[in-house]
Design a protein around this ligand. Structure first.
Ligand code: NAD
Length: 542
């Protein structure tokens, strides 16, 4: 085929409301019933072949200990090595496909997810990861679609960048996929992250070993099946849920390990980086390391901030998806004058948030992901309640009787370096420090130095000089910075996402910056009139 190919202009997928009476709501309710009853026996998938290792784990809904959604087979080192060999083989042909044929698979997957697959992927995310309908819709449906549509568009833009050629010369860039395989390691909290971490390197021609989180195997499995049905050849992505330590060891010791696409906690990313450093002499190429990790995301209010906008941002930014977003607000700095206005309504609104099963659409808040998260988060709440320099002023209650439920909690911390103001808690806990109105400037320093992270942050102010000062003084405190808005909810193509400092390599998921990490360009110079004599003109006789 000849022609300069253009992908369809990307647009963000509109978010369904799931309001009562809509057909989307009825379809989603039906899918919740179906996914809740099916109980699949999920295999490891290598080269399109289903492998049942016999080491099975049940998939339990975090909000209902009695609801078993199926089981999955865990891969170990042996399956990981097999999957790597298989993906290296599959990659050979895949890398030779025309780029438009590769992106067509993902555009087709986006279209299938927009229509027939939407209820299933949403229902598996809602039940498996305990997400309400809206939170699932913006993640598992819309963001996955956006990653695939914009990924195709950004790939086209990158491929479009070609060098200048002087007369008689033709220069070109050949955008080669990385030589080897990419190891994609995804977290539990966003179905879209798994789709992106595995999907985008594959879209530009890489072979991928995908190890999903043990808490997101169900939705991850359906993402894999979606891609398969859309035409992704076997082995381009191998789906390998299992023992993270064994699989990681097999991947990082392999000579053909070419890139790590990781999202998860800071400690795990640092340990993987350390292993890569130790193994560096083994590799055929220097691996690309892309990691988006933890955060301690802030909301900073200036005395001129709008009280209602601030209160709404604190509630939505901190408690949507139980605060289990890397971008979730978890510390706030509020001037005393404003605190007097918002304290009581904020407590009332927080304590009024409905909590329970995501299949009951009245619930704003659902369960946290597992026993470990439940214990960690409740530990922070208990220590704050017992502390002399912090108080629990909203929520603070929790119960694991039916599922892992923790009430949205607000801690008022007199001590701005209290652990609840500094640590990533990754749950529905917001810690607020009230500062004297006259100490805006000191508070900017406090925000900047309190945490090692720099993922998201927001400033609320009506006075423009305050906004400007915050933008300048907090320039490196957040990779995604919001003005008069909550610090969550980045949209692909609109707010490329990622943080600096301990929060990650800031390669901006959902952007051309990220995609370029999976490419190793080759410069080709073709001389259309090659010289035929060694001597240069300056060497001529006077
Ligand atoms: P996690 O670090 O526990 O797990 C992430 C992945 O790493 C999983 O696939 C897990 O199996 C794997 N893993 C765990 N231990 C490992 C080990 N020792 N060796 C190799 N792999 C290992 O994180 P999580 O609980 O799934 O997700 C929450 C974390 O992810 C939070 O810290 C959050 O801030 C972060 N996160 C960051 C972003 C971002 O864009 N910055 C987005 C989402 C989540």
């Amino acid at each position: 085929m000849s022609g300069t190919i253009r992908v369809p202009a990307p647009e963000n997928e509109p978010v369904y409301s799931y309001a009562p009476g809509t057909s989307a709501r009825a379809a989603l309710k039906a899918a919740l019933k179906q996914v809740g009853n099916e109980r699949p026996d999920i295999p490891v998938i290598i080269g399109g072949e289903e492998i049942r290792t016999g080491e099975t784990h049940p998939i339990r809904a975090p909000h209902d200990h009695g609801l078993c959604l199926g089981s999955w087979h865990a891969a170990g080192a042996e399956e990981a090595r097999r999957a790597i060999a298989n993906t290296l083989e599959a990659r050979r042909e895949w890398a030779s496909w025309a780029w438009e044929d590769r992106v067509a698979v993902f555009l087709r997957a986006a279209e299938m997810l927009r229509t027939t697959w939407r209820p299933r992927i949403n229902a598996s995310t809602m039940l498996g990861q305990s997400k309400n309908a809206f939170q699932s819709e913006i993640d598992a449906a819309c963001e996955v679609i956006d990653f695939f549509r914009y990924g195709a568009f950004f790939a086209e833009q990158i491929f479009d960048q070609q060098p200048h050629s002087e007369t008689g010369i033709w220069n070109r860039l050949d955008y080669r996929p990385l030589e080897g395989f990419v190891y994609a390691v995804s977290p539990f909290n966003f179905t879209a992250i798994g789709a992106n971490l595995a999907g985008l390197p594959a879209m530009v021609g890489c072979g991928v070993l995908w190890k999903p989180s043990k808490h997101a195997v169900l939705s991850g499995y359906y993402i894999y099946r979606l891609l398969e049905e859309a035409g992704l050849p076997p082995g381009v992505i191998n789906f390998v849920p299992g023992d993270p330590v064994e699989i990681t060891a097999a991947a990082l010791e392999h000579r053909d390990f070419a890139g790590l696409h990781f999202t998860g906690s800071t400690g795990v990313f640092q340990s993987l980086w350390t292993t890569v450093g130790k193994n560096i002499a083994r590799y055929r190429s220097y691996p690309r390391l892309v990691g988006e990790t933890g955060g301690k995301d802030f909301i900073l209010a200036h005395p001129s901030a709008d009280a209602d906008a601030l209160r709404t941002a604190i509630v939505r930014g901190s408690f949507e998806y139980q605060g289990q977003k890397c971008s979730a607000a978890s510390r706030a700095y509020v001037p005393r004058s404003l605190w007097k206005q918002i304290r009581d309504p904020l407590i009332e609104e927080t304590d009024g948030l409905a909590m329970g099963d995501p299949a009951d659409f009245r619930n704003f808040v659902n369960a946290v992901i597992d026993r470990g998260a439940f214990d960690t988060i409740s530990g922070y709440i208990d220590r704050a309640a017992a502390s002399t320099d912090a108080r629990v002023i909203a929520g603070g209650r929790y119960s694991d009787a039916d599922g892992y439920f923790i009430r949205p909690t607000i801690i008022e911390a007199e001590n701005p370096t209290h652990e609840a103001m500094c640590d990533e808690i990754f749950g529905p806990v917001m810690s607020i420090h009230v500062y004297p109105d006259g100490e805006w400037s000191q508070t900017l320093d406090l925000v900047d130095r309190t945490s090692p992270y720099a993922l998201t942050g927001a400033v609320f102010a009506r006075e423009r000089p305050a906004v400007r000062e915050a933008l300048e003084r907090l320039r490196y405190a957040a990779g995604n910075f919001y003005v008069n808005d909550k610090p969550t909810g980045a949209v692909v193509g609109q707010q490329p996402f990622g943080g600096g400092r301990a929060s990650g390599t800031n390669d901006k998921a959902g952007s051309a910056f990220n995609i370029s990490r999976w490419l190793s360009p080759r410069s080709i110079k073709e001389n259309l009139a090659p010289p035929t004599s060694v001597d240069y003109p300056f060497m001529g006789a006077e």
